[in-house]
Design a protein around this ligand. Structure first.
Ligand code: PBG
Length: 329
C-alpha cells in the first residue's frame, strides 16, 4: 500500500457517508414556482417549448396551486399572457382591476392566504411594442416608464401581492416603487429586484409562453451585457440603497459567478432565476434520451444553491417537490 496521508475518497465511499458530508441541499423552502396565466375558463394550454408547463385560466390555476401546496411548495410567481387586442403603448391593461392578472392575484390570495405570491412588474406582457419600457422614436424612455411601473405595483399590492418583482431593468425603479408602495400604505409589501438581469438568449421559451417578444430590436439598452460582472455589483449597490429586500440574478446557470459575487458582497437574501431556456434545454435533451432529466434537474438546482442563492425561482419546483416526496427526503 502506498503511504498517502489524505484520502478524500474515504468520504465518498458510501451513500451514507456522502450524505453525512454533503454541504448543500436544495429544500422546498428555497423554491418559488413561476406559473403562467391565460384568460378564459377551464384552460390548461401546453407551452410547446416548456414541456410540463402550461398557461392556466384562473379556475384551473387554483387547482394547480392546491396540488403544489399539498406537495409543500409555499411560494409562487405569476405571469400573464395578455390578449394582443388589450396591449397598448402604455400597458394600461396592467392596472385594470378587472383584468386577468389582478383578478388572478385576488383569487389566489383569497383561497391561499398563507402562500407567498410574487407578482411581476414590467410593461412587456401588456405592451404593444413588446418592450419593458415606454417607446418613443424607437428608444426606451426610462423616466416615462417609472410612473407606469408604480401604478402597476400599487395595483398588485392592492390585489394582495406579497412580493413585487420589478423585472424590467429601468434605472431607479426600486426606489421609485418603494416610495409609491409606502405612500399607498403598502410598506409591508416586499421588493425582489431583478438586480442583474442579463440580455439573454435563454428567455426564448418564456416569450413564447407570453407572446411577448419585442416587436423591434432587442432589450440590450436596458438588460445587461452577458460579458460583464462588475456592472452587476453596481446594480446591486444601487438596489440596496434604493430599498430592495432581495437581489436577484437572472438567468442562473450561465451566471453562477454573478450569484457568488452578489452573495459575497451583500447581506440581503440572494435569489436566482433558473429561466425558461435552462428548463427547456434539460427537458429537450431528456425527451431525446440524451440526458437523465431528474439528475440534471437536481444537479442544476444544487449548483445554484452552492453558488450562494438563498432563493431559486424555477419551473422545476413541482417536479423537484415530487422527487423529494417520492424519495422521502
Ligand atoms: C420580462 C421578463 C422576462 C422573463 C421574466 N420577465 C423575459 C424578458 O426579459 O424578455 C424571463 C423568464 C424566463 O425566461 O423564464 N419582463
Amino acid at each position: 500500500m502506498i503511504n498517502i496521508t489524505h484520502r478524500p475518497r474515504r468520504n465518498r465511499a458510501t451513500q451514507a457517508i456522502r450524505d453525512l458530508v454533503q454541504e448543500h441541499f436544495v429544500m422546498l423552502n428555497d423554491l418559488m414556482y413561476p406559473l403562467f396565466l391565460v384568460d378564459g375558463e377551464g384552460k390548461k394550454e401546453a407551452i410547446a417549448s416548456m414541456p410540463g408547463q402550461y398557461r392556466w385560466s384562473v379556475d384551473t390555476l387554483l387547482v394547480e396551486i392546491e396540488s403544489c401546496v399539498t406537495l409543500g411548495i409555499k411560494a409562487f410567481v405569476l405571469f400573464p399572457n395578455i390578449a394582443e387586442t388589450l396591449k397598448d403603448a402604455h400597458a394600461t391593461e396592467s392596472w385594470n382591476a378587472s383584468g386577468l392578472y389582478l383578478r388572478a392575484i385576488r383569487a389566489v390570495k383569497q383561497r391561499f392566504p398563507h402562500i407567498i405570491l410574487m407578482t411581476d412588474v414590467a410593461m412587456d406582457p401588456y405592451s404593444s411594442d413588446g418592450h419593458d419600457g415606454v417607446v418613443f422614436n424607437n428608444e426606451i424612455i426610462n423616466d416615462l416608464t417609472l410612473p407606469i411601473l408604480a401604478r402597476m405595483a400599487v395595483a398588485q399590492a392592492e390585489a394582495g401581492a406579497d412580493i413585487i418583482g420589478p423585472s424590467d431593468m429601468m434605472d431607479g425603479r426600486v426606489g421609485y416603487l418603494r416610495e409609491a408602495l409606502d405612500e399607498a400604505s403598502y410598506s409591508n409589501v416586499r421588493i425582489m429586484s431583478y438586480t442583474a438581469k442579463y440580455a439573454s438568449a435563454f428567455y426564448g421559451p418564456f416569450r413564447d409562453a407570453l407572446d411577448s417578444a419585442p416587436k423591434f430590436g432587442d432589450k440590450k439598452t436596458y438588460q445587461m451585457n452577458p460579458a460583464n460582472s462588475r456592472e452587476a455589483l453596481i446594480e446591486a449597490e444601487l438596489d440596496v440603497m434604493e430599498g430592495a429586500d432581495y437581489l436577484m440574478v437572472k438567468p442562473a446557470l450561465p451566471y453562477l459567478d454573478i450569484i457568488q459575487a452578489l452573495r459575497n458582497n451583500n447581506n440581503l437574501p440572494i435569489a436566482a432565476y433558473n429561466v425558461s431556456g435552462e428548463y427547456a434545454m434539460i427537458k429537450a435533451a431528456a425527451e431525446k434520451g440524451w440526458l437523465d432529466g431528474t439528475k440534471s434537474m437536481i444537479e442544476s438546482l444544487t449548483s445554484i444553491k452552492r453558488a450562494g442563492a438563498d432563493i431559486i425561482l424555477t419551473y422545476f419546483a413541482k417536479e423537484y417537490a415530487q422527487y423529494l416526496h417520492d424519495n422521502k427526503l
